[in-house]
Design a protein around this ligand. Structure first.
Ligand code: GDP
Length: 720
């Protein structure tokens, strides 16, 4: 890669009118990877021989086989039309969207290429991704791929080919006019006459637009001839894919300054007249810096790299910035842009670009990073507690080290997946937000990494809590010399919410903590009580209410260990506890430290808390999910029935054109096989995405049965 290119990219990133930020909307297997590689190769960003085989966008594959650091979050290329342009192509996941990743990727783009396999036509995922794009006011153009198959496999005549194209174009336009917001339904239709449609073969590296055919005197018949007379290479020389496609992008997609004028009011709900509002609308490089990460990639050298869109201002190494959702200050360690698929560290990045930022510790996608606190871009999106667990192991024992490697990587890249690795037995546990979530991970391991794995049926993780305050319960140590008097009660809802939202940070409390003091006194706790808080753990709080006990400091860490043990395994079914306030009322301790070691303290405290919970009416909570199901409206009846059959509840139904959106609440325990059930109920046209997750009391009629089953599975006695 010539240094000339590097210099060019650095120059162009400051010329906003020369930038295009784009994404690809495609159904899986329609050729997105092959297509992107050919664009990159055409623009001289990877070698031509390797294009199509190199899979530059496929970070995992590439990293494994070539051992270099490639960042899949975004790729950039320079293309010369009348002048040179910088095109940033942001990666979108190639699987069913589960966590809003597509939406967030789309947020960074202003234009998208809808890529459709000409043989298969528009498929459900084409529709879903296009929908996400239009919601974010990302402007579409159309590319019909795999035209070679129409010629070689389907053997269409020139007339039939034209007819086929028109039918796909009409289908895409029907979707656009159904889905696009008012004002864009007509304006954003793709048309042959204006050149926002092109077609070709990513595999054979050629493409055509109707204008190009006219200007070069190429006909459909010529294309068919090329295949019949072994002249495909010539065709690819005459009409190289990247030239046609990148010209379409440059001409039809907006530059960031044009796009932010209409996109900002749609995707940011702050005061548009404020200084920061104006800076965003104008994509002002001299304004306030505002960065929205859309993908986090773990880089072997730099660690966590947040890739995303710099909507305004400039950012550089050493800048102190504020993460508005996490409510934390951090310092930027590195800023970068992309050169081909490589991340290139630069001195400074400026508004309107897709950039990489290092130093935003523990950042999540969708965060809004700015200099001063501001209205964030996206409503806070919790990372949900994992509620479904599956064991996973390599089919072949020899693959174990690779599986462990892959699982470690996944754990870093998808913070919503929890993984417990057992490097000895090879059986690891992965826990996620739902069965579908784990299925996606499993498929990624199988297809993307080519590693055969076996998984167990999914297990639902419940929670335990109490309904009322208990009396003080004594827990005695095995040597009978120590007693701990424990009391439990339900934790107030607003306190629990403050923990869940991160306002109250979890962890042991060593000294006076101002944040905890402010939050809890704001919620009505007395100063005395707040001073007693010793631990905030998994949505539970521990209070030390003993007074004047001389040895308490010596045993407190052990008491807290034991508290955490019970919070991980409650009395009913050894499921984790939540929403508990646990108090240590009093103690009786042996004078001599030797008689109050862990072997004495642990069982005593554990027994005290468990006993208190039993006396406080403990019960089981089950996870439920709020899902938004999108379907063509004719399947509304079928979906209503399906939801009903799963103890689910319909919360809201919205209709728009021929499309319906259903909000439902479903117990996770009943969602096993959900994606298959939804598929069969909707002929594959329904998609469902997770909106929220909550816990509710298991219906009384089934609680005993659920507890019995869990205890049996864990090999516990039937009696609690
Ligand atoms: P993705 O899942 O959308 O990223 O698709 P890939 O780029 O991995 O392509 C899926 C399959 O389609 C691969 O086997 C490609 O070789 C093949 N493919 C991609 N483009 C074309 C094309 O233009 N013609 C034909 N015949 N096959 C193609």
């Amino acid at each position: 890669m010539a240094d000339e290119k590097t210099r060019k990219i650095q120059e162009l990133m400051h010329q906003q009118e020369k930038i295009r930020n784009i994404a690809i909307a495609a159904h899986i297997d329609h050729g997105k990877t092959t297509f992107s590689d050919n664009l990159l190769a055409g623009a001289g960003m990877i070698s031509k021989e390797l294009a199509g085989k190199q899979l530059a966008l496929d970070f995992h594959e590439d990293e494994a086989t070539r051992g270099i650091t490639i960042d899949s979050a975004s790729v950039s290329m320079v293309h010369k039309l009348d002048e040179e342009y910088l095109i940033n192509l942001i990666d979108t996941p190639g699987h069913v969207d589960f966590s809003g990743e597509v939406t967030r990727a789309m947020r960074a783009a202003d234009g998208c290429i809808v890529l459709v396999d000409a043989v298969e036509g528009v498929m459900p995922q084409t529709e879903t991704v296009l929908r996400q794009a239009l919601k974010e006011l990302v402007k579409p153009v159309l590319f019909l791929n795999k035209v070679d198959r129409l010629i070689r496999e389907v053997k269409l005549t020139p007339q039939e080919m034209e007819k086929r194209f028109i039918s796909v174009i009409n289908h895409v336009n029907e979707l656009i006019s159904n889905i696009a917001p008012e004002g864009y339904k007509e304006k954003w239709k793709v048309t042959v006459s204006e050149g926002s449609v092109s077609f070709g073969s990513a595999f054979h590296n050629w493409a055509l637009s109707f204008q190009y055919m006219k200007s070069k005197g190429i006909t459909f018949k010529d294309v068919i001839d090329a295949y019949q007379n072994d002249k495909v290479k010539e065709l690819a020389k005459k009409a190289p894919l990247h030239e046609i496609v990148l010209e379409m992008v440059i001409k039809h997609h907006p530059n960031p300054v044009q796009a932010q004028k209409y996109r900002i009011p749609k995707i940011w709900h702050g005061e548009l007249d404020s200084e920061i509002g104006k800076s965003l609308i104008n994509c002002d490089a001299d304004g306030e810096p505002v960065f929205v990460p859309t993908k986090i990639v773990v880089d072997r050298h730099a660690g966590e790299v947040a890739a995303g869109r710099l909507f305004s201002g400039t950012m550089k190494q050493g800048d102190d910035v504020y993460m508005n959702l996490a409510k934390r200050n951090v310092r930027i360690q590195q800023v970068s842009v992309y050169r081909g698929a490589h991340r290139m560290v630069v001195d400074e990045v400026s508004a309107g670009n897709i950039v990489g930022v290092v130093g935003l510790k523990d950042v999540f996608t969708g965060e809004t990073v700015s200099k001063k606190p501001m209205e964030p871009f996206e409503a806070i999106k919790h990372l949900f507690e994992p509620v479904v667990t599956k064991s996973i192991e390599a089919t072949k024992a020899a693959d174990l080290p690779r599986l462990v490697e892959i699982l470690k990587q996944i754990r870093k890249e998808d913070p919503s997946i929890k993984i417990e690795i057992d490097e000895q037995t090879g059986e690891s546990l992965m826990s996620g937000m739902g069965e579908l979530h784990l299925e996606i991970i499993e498929n990624r391991i199988k297809s993307e990494k080519g590693l055969p794995v076996k998984t167990s049926p999914p297990i639902i993780v419940y929670r335990e809590t109490v309904s009322r305050e208990s009396p003080s319960a004594e827990g005695r140590s095995p040597n009978k010399h120590n007693s701990f008097y424990m009391r439990v009660e339900p934790l107030e809802n607003d306190v629990y919410e403050a923990i869940k939202s991160g306002e109250l940070r979890e962890g042991r409390v060593k000294k006076k903590n101002e944040v905890i003091f402010n939050v809890l006194s704001g919620l009505g706790w007395s100063g005395d009580m707040i001073r007693d808080v010793k631990n905030i753990y998994k949505g539970n709080i521990f209070l030390d209410e003993t007074r004047g006990e001389v040895h308490i400091g010596e045993v407190m860490e052990m008491v807290l260990d034991a508290f955490e043990m019970v919070m991980n395994q409650g009395p009913l079914a050894r499921e984790p506890c939540m929403k508990l306030k646990v108090s240590l009322d009093d103690t009786r301790l042996h004078e001599d430290a030797i008689h109050r070691g862990p072997a004495q303290v642990y069982p005593a405290v554990r027994e005290g808390i468990l006993e208190a919970m039993r006396k406080a009416g403990s019960y089981l909570l089950e996870p439920l999910q709020i899902h938004v199901i999108e379907i063509p409206d004719k399947f509304l009846g079928a979906v209503t029935k399906l939801v009903g059959s799963k103890r689910g509840q319909m919360l809201e139904v919205k209709q728009e054109g021929t499309q319906a959106e259903v909000k439902t609440k479903l117990p996770v325990a009943e969602m096993i096989g959900w994606s298959n059930d939804l598929r069969s109920a909707t002929e594959g046209r329904g998609t469902s995405s997770l909106l929220d997750q909550l816990f509710e009391k298991v219906p009384a009629s089934i609680q005993a049965d659920v507890i019995r089953k869990i205890r049996r599975r864990k090999g516990l006695s039937e009696n609690q």
